[in-house]
Design a protein around this ligand. Structure first.
Ligand code: GLU
Length: 611
């Protein structure tokens, strides 16, 4: 539920109070049971696409879903039978007639659209199951998935509607006559009346609308209920035909897809943002809830929700750019760092964010093409990309292929954790990388590290063919050859396989290590569960060195990246030899302080560069 302090809850409370005074409209009585509703009942509910629910008023009162069921059963038909078959049964044209008109499109015999009764009855025939019971279960289950809870049917409204729904009967028999219905009309109507009699409250309806807003994924259960393409079709028909004969003015004044029902409910969908539901039984002359319409008008105006307000910003797609002047998190010797600094301009990192669709992808790819010059390595970091549509994926693939002709290298990173990017990932792995020689890596830091390693290797600064001797290790700088000899007697050499854990977070810290050959990575657990690589240590670099300072617990895991050889020094051992050769401990600690202050300076530089 909404948290205690919320401008949105406060806003809804005020909206409720203001509109409650509006007592215009009449309750529908043509279904006798609906006439029993309390005209003063009034509830407003908003559900966001990430499952936050805000409410005001009578949001727990149950009412029947009525015509608000129509978009969802249309979605069912599209998902089960495909657009082509469904389009043979029902068109997508607004009628300009009332919701229960008995007219069919003369050319095709089809009902005009699925938001009027004729169309909804034709669509209801498409519910699958070989017995009425199975079809009923199938239908109730479908709506329950949108609501995120098991729905049931209001039997008295159902019986009332079944007893009096002769106009719907006339529509169904006429469709039987024209061949649009194939099964027994009574059987189809039975299911249609039950569907209209599903018992819901405002929160159910807001969550159902929010499922459409979230491209078919229920924000509470996270279940994908409706495919993205079907959501688009449903919302299109809702926006042209959802508000009875008021659809045009509605689109003009309010500007988002909505559907109302005779029980007094209105649902509205603001794609990518919210689902809205309002319940208030008195209806205007067209058949829409008076307070429902007013509430949506106010929300649209006050929150700028009209879809054609056009506030989509394609420029914010690039979060930031930086060069190799911001180094990888690998611990490197002073000499290596100094050398690498000269090559910073050869690397560009471009961080992309948000939703990638035609406009934003075009914007980002234009920039990518600009910086993709001769000799450049470009890391495209997609960690903050929420979603990439079909068009964006295609444009990215085409651009990458075109750039493979230039003498540059592209590395796409950070696509692994987001399931929404599965299609982009596959496209890169199957269609781009093999053909272009470009690559995809999970981690931006590893990409930067590999770029640096390649430079060092080219310059032969990295010597992985040998184990670094003690006298070349920064942390032992300044020790005399006698001290080094004494030190080497206290050292133990360890070998680790790739992937082997060398240090465990939480263990007592009694040994500090120096990488003799290979490299290790440092991992911490984010939120206590997700391991995240926060840095690495290459040849000659120390790790676990805090043992020398505080002897406390290990603060991270350290894992070998490749087969690794390490020197291990027990802290007690060094203390012992320092009794006779006190310069050993003081020199090492002096070096350590210098190394740590270097790292601090580096971290400060990085923070400055990334601001
Ligand atoms: N069950 C109602 C009918 O068929 C639904 C009408 C509506 O809500 O528009 O008459």
């Amino acid at each position: 539920m909404a948290s205690a302090v919320s401008p949105i809850s406060d806003y809804l409370a005020t909206l409720y109070k203001t509109l409650h005074n509006n007592t215009q409209g009449e309750i529908a009585t043509y279904i006798p049971e609906l006439g029993l509703a309390d005209p003063s009942s009034f509830g407003i509910c908003i559900a966001t696409v990430d499952g936050q629910v805000y409410t005001a008023g009578d949001v727990d009162i149950r009412f029947t879903i009525q015509s608000m069921s129509k978009p969802f059963i249309y979605g069912y038909a599209l998902q089960q039978h495909g657009q082509e078959k469904v389009q043979k049964k029902v068109g997508v044209e607004p009628t300009g007639e009332s919701f229960n008109s008995i007219v069919l499109d003369e050319l095709t015999n089809r009902p005009f659209n699925p938001m009027v009764n004729a169309g909804a009855i034709a669509v209801t025939e498409l519910v699958e199951g070989d017995t009425p019971e199975r079809r009923l279960t199938e239908m109730v289950d479908w709506f329950s998935r949108f609501a995120g809870r098991e729905l049931d049917i209001d039997e008295s409204v159902f019986r009332s509607e079944q007893a009096t729904g002769h106009r719907n009967r006339a529509i169904a028999y006429m469709m039987l006559n024209t061949g649009m219905l194939e099964r027994d009309p009574e059987d189809v109507l039975d299911l249609y009346f039950r569907q209209c009699s599903l018992s819901v409250d405002c929160k159910d309806m807001a969550v159902m609308a929010a499922t459409l807003a979230a491209q078919g994924v229920n924000p509470l259960t996270r279940e994908r209920v409706l495919a993205v393409d079907n959501v688009r079709d449903v919302l299109t028909v809702m926006s042209t035909c959802g508000m009875y004969d008021y659809a045009g003015q509605w689109a003009y004044d309010v500007g988002f897809p909505a559907k109302s029902g005779v029980s007094g409910g209105v649902i509205a969908v603001i794609p990518g943002q919210l689902g809205v539901a309002v319940y208030s039984p008195p209806l205007d002359r067209v058949g829409n809830s008076v307070r429902g319409v007013e509430a949506c008008k106010k929300l649209s105006h006050d929150f700028s929700l009209h879809l054609f307000d056009g506030r989509t910003d394609v420029h914010s797609v690039i979060r930031r750019e930086y060069t190799g002047a911001v180094p990888s998190k690998r611990v490197r010797s002073a000499a290596e760092r100094e050398f690498l600094a000269k090559f910073g301009e050869r690397l560009n990192v471009i961080e992309v964010q948000g939703a990638l669709f035609f406009g934003s992808a075009e914007n980002f790819l234009r920039r990518l093409t600009e910086i993709a010059q001769d000799g450049k390595t470009i890391v495209v970091d997609m960690k903050r990309v929420a979603y990439a549509d079909r068009t964006a994926i295609e444009l990215i693939c085409q651009t990458a292929r075109a750039l493979s002709g230039r003498n540059c290298e592209l590395i796409f990173t950070e696509l692994s954790e987001n399931p929404e990017l599965e299609r982009l990932r596959r496209a890169l792995d199957e269609r781009v990388c093999p053909e272009t020689g470009f690559s995809r890596l999970d981690d931006t830091d590893i990409a930067i590290e590999q770029f640096e390693d390649a430079i060092l290797e080219e310059a032969e600064m990295r010597r992985n063919d040998r184990i670094i001797p003690l006298d070349e290790i920064d942390i032992f700088n300044g020790l005399s050859s006698d001290d080094l000899r004494t030190l080497s007697a206290a050292v133990t050499t360890f070998q680790f396989d790739a992937g082997q854990k060398i240090i465990n977070e939480g263990d007592d810290a009694r040994i500090f290590f120096v990488v003799g050959r290979g490299s290790v990575s440092i991992w911490v657990n984010v939120d206590g569960r997700r391991p995240r690589r926060i840095g690495s240590v290459g040849q000659g670099g120390p790790f676990g060195e805090m043992a020398l300072l505080d002897g406390g617990k290990r603060s991270a895991d350290v894992i070998a990246d490749v087969p690794v050889i390490c020197y291990g020094f027990s802290v007690d051992g060094i203390r012992e030899i320092s009794v006779d050769s006190p310069t050993i401990m003081t020199t090492i600690l002096g070096n350590l302080v210098r190394i740590m202050s270097d790292r601090l300076r580096l971290a400060n530089d990085e923070i400055r560069a990334l601001q």
